[in-house]
Design a protein around this ligand. Structure first.
Ligand code: AMP
Length: 233
């Protein structure tokens, strides 16, 4: 089995590895899983492998909140309560994003769709080639999210126990406002009630790839890569 994109892959080997996936994965790839499953962490590697730009609806919404736009003001209270932003708001955002030239060969969608209504609406405007479902139990999610920190200067994500920031960065890392335990539990409820049923929806369409996400970052990345390579034949 050829494993590409891991930290040990040489530049030349990586180039060879990329070719089949860049050709074969026609359409968008959806990264699916509970909050804190590692979708954002794995996205960089999958984006490199497939050539598809990563689009995170959570990041788009946080940017809108920070810029205090109309969209941001509408989304803020939902996000801080750990609830999903209404479908019509988020569907408009993604429809616009899919019109940009770099979306022509598909996007790597991180955090979208999150409801059946969103999936049905996406289905009308974009072909979904694969749905990578990263599966992690709830208790592990809570530990991961509550310890998560971000370096505001680079966007790099750390974890106070599993991947602590270096000393010179430790005093500037910040915690996302919705990364406290109470909000995480609400986000997990929203996930189980509204988002998890999507796994069956995509399973019935034959594009679901189930990945055990309760492992180290490299191991999970290798599993995703193997599953995508196998799917693309
Ligand atoms: P994330 O960074 O993906 O965990 O998203 C953070 C928050 O943004 C979520 O808890 C929701 O409030 C909101 N959000 C992000 N993506 C969506 C979506 N596809 N549908 C509804 N709300 C979303």
């Amino acid at each position: 089995m050829v494993i590409c994109g891991g930290s040990r892959t040489s530049h030349d080997a990586l180039y060879l590895c990329l070719a089949p996936l860049r050709r074969a994965v026609d359409g968008s790839i959806v990264l699916f899983g509970p909050p804190g499953a590692g979708k954002g962490t794995q996205a960089a590697r999958i984006s490199l492998l497939t050539g598809k730009p990563q689009v995170s609806t959570g990041d788009m919404l946080r940017a809108a909140v920070a810029a205090d736009t109309e969209l941001g003001r509408e989304a803020k209270s939902y996000m801080e309560a750990g609830l999903l932003v209404p479908d019509e708001v988020i569907i408009g955002l993604i429809s616009e994003r899919l019109k940009k030239p770099d979306a022509e060969s598909g996007l790597l969608l991180d955090g979208y769709p999150r409801t059946i209504v969103q999936a049905e609406s996406l289905d009308k405007i974009e072909s979904v080639a694969a749905v990578v479902s990263i599966e992690v139990p709830d208790d592990a999610i809570v530990r991961r999210i509550v310890g998560r920190r971000m370096d505001p200067e680079t966007g790099q994500i750390y974890h106070i126990d599993f991947n602590p920031p270096p000393e010179e960065i430790a005093n500037r890392v910040v915690q996302r406002k919705d990364d406290n335990e109470e909000t995480v539990r609400s986000r997990l409820s929203a996930y189980h009630e509204q988002t998890a049923p999507l796994a069956n929806w995509y399973g019935e369409r034959g594009v679901l790839l189930r990945i055990d996400g309760n492992k180290g970052i490299e191991v999970v990345g290798d599993s995703i890569e193997s599953a995508l390579l196998e799917m693309s034949g």
